[in-house]
Design a protein around this ligand. Structure first.
Ligand code: MRU
Length: 350
């Protein structure tokens, strides 16, 4: 039986936010401290914390920290300071919609404090950030229950990037489905794509699965097709950074290629995400902003460089999988088989 993971992705200690530094994993478990919106935004931008739901939780704490920092200021300075905190955090990363969803929640909580003093408003914002964090774990467990039922005993599940406890407040989305299936007594083994260029699969997914004693095999991204063609993969499960109203899915670069391969080999391709990842304001995947990160992530890693200096590089870090390639969208409200615009609209009404 899988245990609850032994690490916290984000934790509140002594009036400050601590985040597990995912850049240092798996070699080191470091918990740097964050005390303002500015430092949290930098932590998100530089990938101390990453993964759509975890980014949303961090942003909520960024607003709470700023409110606590400014609570003794005159009302106008408090209001102006918070306004700029919302702007700074909104600029930290563009693709994961959970960031903007969490900021909207915090904005609504702040508006509801109209008429109360800054200290009460700051306390209410901190309570909301704690609530968003705790709620995320509950939603992941619900997704786990719904999605776990899709996996048969003995299933070999391929995943991409890290959609685990490290990408959320705990349990995970795609890895949460796997964890829940294991908890229900099924023997599940995982094939983890290394996930070039940032290596979330090799460094993070493998690390957290090993801690839970869930069997995992690491492969180069380009090995997925061979394994599928040899019937060594029973299902693919990934997370999502933003799902458009028609069911198109933005997720880590390489996800689209996997979905095409899965369709060719008649392997189910599932996406696990909470409703907060679905952006009804964007009609289709074509409207989802795709982040492009620094060329240095492609030309080398940490202190090592392998490509010739000055080479032209593109580094889009997400891609869009058309809804027609998605066998099922696993959410906290259930599994939407073959998602489309109508079924997604219905999901929000359910
Ligand atoms: O660039 P990252 O590491 O933030 O990208 C994360 C992903 O693409 C995950 O697969 C996605 O956020 C789902 S996380 C539950």
């Amino acid at each position: 039986m899988a245990e609850q993971e032994k690490f916290a992705t984000l934790r509140w200690r002594n009036g400050k936010l601590e985040m597990l530094d995912q850049r240092a994993l798996p070699e080191q478990c470091l918990y740097p401290t964050f005390d303002s919106a500015q430092t949290v935004a930098e932590g998100i931008r530089s990938m101390v914390v990453r993964g759509a739901p975890a980014i949303g939780c961090a942003a909520a704490y960024g607003i709470a920290l700023e409110a606590l920092r400014l609570q003794t200021q005159p009302p106008k300075s408090f209001a102006d300071g918070l306004q700029s905190a919302f702007e700074i955090l909104a600029q930290s990363r563009p693709t994961a919609v959970n960031l903007f969803w969490a900021l909207d929640r915090m904005r609504a909580k702040l508006a509801a404090q109209h008429g109360s003093d800054a200290e009460h408003a700051a306390a209410a914002l901190l309570a909301e950030a704690h609530f968003i964090l705790e709620e995320d774990i509950v939603l992941n467990r619900l997704m786990g229950q719904h999605g776990g039922a899709l996996l048969h005993d003995g299933a070999r599940v391929l995943t991409h990037c890290n959609a685990g406890a490290l990408a959320t407040a705990g349990h995970g989305t795609a890895l949460g489905v796997i964890r829940s299936a294991v908890e229900s007594g099924k023997k599940i083994s995982v094939i983890a794509d290394e996930t070039r260029p940032f290596l979330q699969g090799a460094r993070l997914t493998v690390w957290e699965l090993l801690q839970d004693n869930i069997p995992v095999t690491l492969i180069a991204d380009s090995a997925a097709g061979l394994l599928m063609s040899r019937s060594e993969v029973d299902a693919v499960i990934v997370g999502a950074d933003r799902v458009a109203a028609n069911g198109d899915v933005a997720n880590k670069i390489g996800t689209y290629s996997l979905a095409v391969l899965a369709r060719l080999h008649a392997i189910p391709f599932y996406v696990a995400c909470p409703l907060s990842t679905i952006d009804l304001k964007i009609a289709s995947g074509a409207g989802i902003p795709i982040e492009e990160r620094a060329p240095e992530e492609v030309t080398g890693y940490r202190d090592q460089r392998w490509a010739p200096a000055g080479v032209n590089v593109r580094n889009p870090v997400f891609d869009v999988t058309p809804a027609e390639l998605v066998s099922g969208l696993i959410t906290e409200r259930g599994v939407v088989i073959a998602p489309d615009r109508e079924k997604i609209a219905r999901l929000f009404r359910s």
